[in-house]
Design a protein around this ligand. Structure first.
Ligand code: ADP
Length: 476
């Protein structure tokens, strides 16, 4: 399979290509992805620029029809797309199919939003004058996406970009070209005018950076790591682009003495280890009050050690491999650092299974304090640490003692504490008796502090980023 670039409606190969490796079985190469250069990116941007005015002027019905087509096809093919996703990214098949379905639902949601674009008419302070406040498309938007949700994240950027009338250049992650290509292939048959959507594969530091710096790009939406995001923000400020960044998390899950223990263990198991912990919303700091701490650690350890780790495509597997060798090395080295800093590491061994893949056992680090690197830096793997807290007040203060602020959870049966936590947790998303990961697709997603920058993604709040407000005065 060759994954080609899509520029102005044409599929284009490049002279160099990059193999798409199955992390569950490194002998399985899914295909070869184009490796675009800056000249390819220039042509994609000029194609988007040329097509933008036509799409900005398209009727809500025309936009609805395109997005509805894309959503319907993704949903109809969710099993096949989910399989592709699990094969190239390594999350389990049910998770892969679930993510594909979610991508379809996102397009369906934004198809509806095409028909619900509203404005305001206000009375002017001047006699006889009318004031209209409307939203206009931004223009050409560059979308830069990571590998961990290789179809859902492109979907939740592309769907609102198109719904609100923008032209798009997508630069997907190097590790997961298959899902980006499959989505682009569906989009290319949706009736969307040629050039409105373009896809360029390639290295972030080459084509990604060129997209960010290009003067014909009006806005950049990025999901990825903190250092890359920070550089993109600086570059966008210099060229006066709109910018939206979703970056890391070090998400706390507080477990209080009064919690339903089974529910708390299930929420932590899911939040920390599902999707191999490769979610920016993963529960990576488990903050447990004294009365329940030892029992919680014992029950969670047993549950964690019972997880079936293996080939993402095999049935019954609960945790697939790490995405690649580099990420695996990083996870293992964080466990070494945690042990050197005085933490007690349970699990986390490199696993050799029948097929050659990037497998490790899930890991819990107990007896930690919040200053340790394991509690301050994002690992992005199946690794969670446990912190002991005296009481709710100390747990809340530990939860908030972080440079990140994406998602925060609490397990408690106390309505009073739950309400207090919702109001006082320094995070963009708060979960009560639910894992920190796993969100709805029709409501805003995003964080505070170092986790996010700019307007929220998803739901009708996405309009903030993908439109510009225009105020018109008329004297009839
Ligand atoms: P990760 O560690 O998850 O790969 P990155 O932030 O490196 O996180 O990558 C996220 C996305 O950003 C990828 O599509 C990558 O190619 C892209 N990217 C990486 N470096 C740059 C850069 N300097 N400018 C623009 N995009 C980049």
């Amino acid at each position: 399979m060759d994954y080609k670039n899509l520029i102005a409606g044409s599929w284009e190969a490049t002279t160099e290509a990059r193999p798409n490796v199955n992390p569950s079985d490194t002998g399985d190469i899914l295909g070869q992805a184009a490796l675009g250069g800056t000249a390819d990116m220039d042509r994609a941007i000029s194609s988007a620029k040329a097509a933008a005015p036509g799409w900005a002027g398209a009727t809500p019905q025309a936009r609805f029809d395109v997005l509805d087509f894309i959503g319907s096809e993704i949903l109809a093919r969710k099993a096949e797309l989910g399989q592709l996703l699990s094969r190239e990214e390594g999350k389990t098949l049910p998770e892969g199919i679930g993510e594909a379905a979610r991508a379809g639902q996102i397009f369906k949601f934004f198809a509806g939003e095409c028909l619900r674009q509203t404005g305001d008419r206000l009375a002017s302070v001047r006699p006889g004058v009318e004031v209209d406040v409307t939203r206009a498309p931004v223009g050409v938007v560059g979308l830069i996406t990571p590998w961990n949700f290789p179809i859902a994240i492109p979907a939740w950027k592309i769907a609102p970009a198109l719904a609100y009338g923008n032209a798009v250049v997508l630069k997907p992650a190097e590790l997961t070209p298959g899902c980006a290509w499959a989505l682009a292939e569906i989009i290319s048959r949706s009736g969307l005018p040629e050039g409105v959507f373009n896809l360029i594969f390639g290295q972030g530091s080459v084509v990604g950076q060129h997209l960010v710096e290009h003067s014909d790009v009006d806005a950049i939406s990025f999901t990825g790591s903190v250092p890359t995001g920070r550089g993109i923000a600086v570059s966008c400020a210099q060229s006066m682009k709109k910018v939206q960044l979703e970056m890391g998390g070090k998400n706390p899950m507080v477990v209080l003495d009064d919690a339903d223990l089974d529910l708390a263990v299930e929420a932590c198991l899911n939040g920390a280890f599902y999707s191999t912990g490769q979610r920016c919303t993963a529960s990576s700091r488990l903050i447990v009050t004294e009365g329940v701490h030892d029992r919680f650690v014992a029950v969670l350890t047993a549950a964690m050690q019972g997880l079936r780790v293996g080939n993402a495509l095999e049935s019954g597997i609960q945790m697939g491999p790490v995405v690649d060798g580099h990420q695996l090395d990083q996870n293992l080295s964080y466990l070494q650092v945690a042990a050197q800093e005085g933490g007690k590491v349970i699990g986390g061994e490199r696993l050799s299974l029948e097929q050659e893949g990037f497998y490790m056992a899930p890991a819990l680090v107990t007896e930690t304090s919040n200053e340790m690197r394991i509690n301050q830096e994002e690992v992005f793997g199946p690794v969670a640490s446990v912190l002991r807290a005296r009481d709710y007040e100390e747990a809340l203060s530990l939860a908030n003692d972080s440079d990140f602020g994406l998602s925060a959870g609490i397990c408690t049966t106390s309505l009073k504490r739950a309400s207090h936590f919702k109001a006082n947790a320094e995070a963009g998303m708060v979960m009560v008796n639910l894992p920190t990961a796993g969100v709805d697709y029709h409501v805003p997603f995003g964080g505070t502090k170092g986790s996010s920058y700019g307007a929220r993604e998803q739901g009708s709040y996405a309009a903030e980023f993908y439109t510009r407000v225009k105020t018109a005065y008329t004297l009839p």
